[in-house]
Design a protein around this ligand. Structure first.
Ligand SMILES: Cc1cc2nc3c(=O)[nH]c(=O)nc-3n(C[C@H](O)[C@H](O)[C@H](O)COP(=O)(O)O)c2cc1C
Length: 415
């Protein structure tokens, strides 16, 4: 049986180990994790979710503090339409995040940025354009357009000098979504360089409804592949979601995939941004501890651990500091849910909000433990030490396990 290392991802004449580590916001797929993927000859992702708070944490900038100061007068107001991002500062933060990562890049692989188009930021078009342009300016190797795919994104950057040289890809969960994107961006005369096909077992937001379990990744990939062949379109396909062993990956590559995108197994590595106590929660999780629910104010189903502190937490919306989910009218589903609960709160009671969550605050604080379906298998990928804690792995260990393993074997760290 073949292994992943028998295959290569080709972008023109450039070849890569066909392993892409998926973007995980907010700073779960860190610069360090993406740089390891690149060093090892594959492709890593940083994320562009909430970049100003990420640079504050990493480079001691004060974007969040200053924005909160500017909009402090509005904190008690349920109307958040005045809260706007300063586009110049947004570009600056993105330049810092991307630029520092690219300066540190070593080795034959590439670093891409995962761009969450669902972050509408109270001005969807303008903020998206700034984020994409600033990432290209700062030398990112490629951009993966994710959740909430904005059909006009290619057009937003078509005048950028790097529009045809940077790698641009999209994530879809159905043939229909791909067809719509290609139709809408046909005018730019530029096809995506790759298409990540994300199935229902992935972590983060899902491109399916609550009937996600009715769908199957291999079937969707085969359907998209057949359509591309019929249309004589040669776009590399990269399946994602539930690819847990090197053999799972090799099976997709043998069936014609150009590479695979994986994430869950890297959530328990040292280079991942999750705090170690949270990583232990992922490692301890059983299948029953994982659910897909609708608490994300994006409106998309999201997979997470049922024990996430974010669930039910009724904090006051933090839009003056963050505000990434505000739509073009300054609304967010969490604000509506919070206001409804506050209006009917009995005196002296602490507010709980169960149907929606303040995604910005909880993702930023690593209190919403989003995860892939096979998180319950992570405990089989490492050892338990005498103190009862699971050993955190290196990204290199996990990457090489995908690359070289056969027969669904998973290499454990040294005893
Ligand atoms: C913790 C976590 C966070 C994620 N965050 C994002 C994200 O911000 N944007 C995105 O497009 N995909 C996100 N994903 C999806 C991954 O990039 C990837 O496509 C998917 O999880 C692959 O499946 P696997 O986790 O079963 O390997 C996330 C996945 C995980 C596990």
């Amino acid at each position: 049986m073949k292994r992943v290392d028998d295959f290569r991802l080709m972008f023109g004449k450039q070849e890569f180990v066909p392993i892409m580590i998926g973007g995980m916001g907010v700073d779960i797929s860190t610069a360090e994790l993406s740089l390891e993927a690149a060093r090892l000859g594959g492709i890593g992702h940083i994320s562009d979710a909430m970049v100003p708070t990420v640079t504050d944490r990493r480079f001691k900038t004060k974007y969040v503090k200053n924005k909160l100061q500017q909009y402090k007068f509005n904190v008690e107001n349920s109307d958040k339409s005045v809260v706007q991002f300063d586009l110049g500062l947004l570009a600056e933060a993105t330049a810092l995040h991307v630029g520092r990562t690219m300066e540190a890049k070593r080795g034959p692989g590439m670093v891409f940025i995962n761009c969450m188009e669902k972050l509408t930021m109270n001005a969807p078009r303008e903020t998206l354009k700034v984020r994409l342009t600033a990432a290209l300016d700062a030398g990112i190797d490629g951009i993966t357009l994710a959740a909430g795919l904005h059909l006009g994104s290619f057009a937003l950057i078509e005048d950028h000098p790097r529009f045809r040289d940077a790698r641009l890809g999209i994530i879809v969960s159905s043939l229909r979504a791909l067809q719509l994107f290609l139709k809408k961006s046909a005018r730019t005369n530029r096809l995506p360089d790759y298409v990540v096909v994300e199935g229902p077992l992935a972590g983060g937001h899902l491109g399916f409804g609550m009937d996600w379990s009715q769908y199957d990744l291999a079937t969707i990939v085969a359907e998209i592949r057949a359509w591309l062949q019929a249309e004589q379109l040669d776009i590399p396909l990269i399946p994602a979601g539930g690819i847990f062993t090197g053999s799972d990956a090799a099976a997709f590559l043998e069936a014609g995939a150009a590479a695979v995108q994986v994430a869950t197994r890297f959530t328990v590595t040292k280079e991942c941004g999750l705090p170690e106590d949270v990583q232990q929660e992922y490692l301890r999780a059983s299948e029953d501890d994982i659910e897909v629910n609708l608490i994300s104010p994006t409106g998309y189903p999201m997979r997470m651990l049922k024990g996430s502190p974010a669930i039910g937490n009724g904090i006051r919306p933090n839009c003056e500091a963050y505000g990434y989910l505000l739509d073009a009218k300054g609304s967010c589903q969490y604000i509506d849910a919070y206001n409804r609960e506050m209006a009917q709160l009995p005196e002296g009671m602490k507010v709980k909000v169960w149907d929606k969550t303040c995604l910005c605050t909880h993702m930023r604080n690593f209190d919403l433990w989003t995860c892939g379906h096979y998180t319950h298998r992570l405990k089989d990928t490492t050892r338990k030490d005498e103190d009862g804690r699971y050993r955190i792995l290196s990204a290199e260990h996990v990457f090489h396990d995908y690359q070289f393993s056969t027969e669904h074997r998973i290499a454990l760290p040294e005893a």
